[in-house]
Design a protein around this ligand. Structure first.
Ligand code: THU
Length: 132
């Protein structure tokens, strides 16, 4: 992916982090996905007083893309205002596995941006196999 496109996705994730609802953890996360239609869909974590009903930023962004009709994801950027970058949790990796071949994963903080891929973070994601 072009540097300019990476930067654009990171900026979208950074802006999305501002809309996180994270009064319990105080850990706002922003995510932005670049879908096959070249549109960007953003998300932020939404917490709940029951704690367990919290949804991660990544899944909000992925579900927004999918429910807009964009079922193939080319890249996912995650922004946190931390020293170290925040990789997606296992649940979000599995959800991403459903909607992309090997999407680029961009981990961004105010100081650095690093890239990896779904295959690297989730080498053997679950998919239904052919029946015997
Ligand atoms: N969170 C995300 O949104 N994405 C991640 O990759 C890790 C965790 C959120 C969930 C919760 O609101 C807060 O961060 C602390 O776990």
């Amino acid at each position: 992916m072009e540097k300019k496109a990476v930067l654009r996705l990171v900026k979208a994730a950074q802006a999305a982090a501002k809309r996180a609802y994270a009064p319990y953890s105080r850990f706002p996360v922003g995510a932005a996905v670049l879908a096959i239609n070249n549109k960007i869909y953003t998300g932020a974590n939404v917490e709940n007083s029951s704690y367990g009903l919290t949804v991660c930023a990544e899944r909000v962004a992925i579900f927004r893309a999918v429910t807009a009709g964009a079922r193939k994801i080319k890249a996912l950027a995650i922004f946190t205002a931390t020293k170290k970058p925040t990789p997606p949790c296992g649940a979000c990796l599995q959800v991403l596995n459903e909607f992309g071949a090997d999407p680029l994963i961009i981990l961004a903080t105010p100081e650095q941006t690093e890239t990896t891929s779904l295959r690297k973070l989730l080498p053997l994601g679950f998919k239904f196999g052919e029946p015997d």
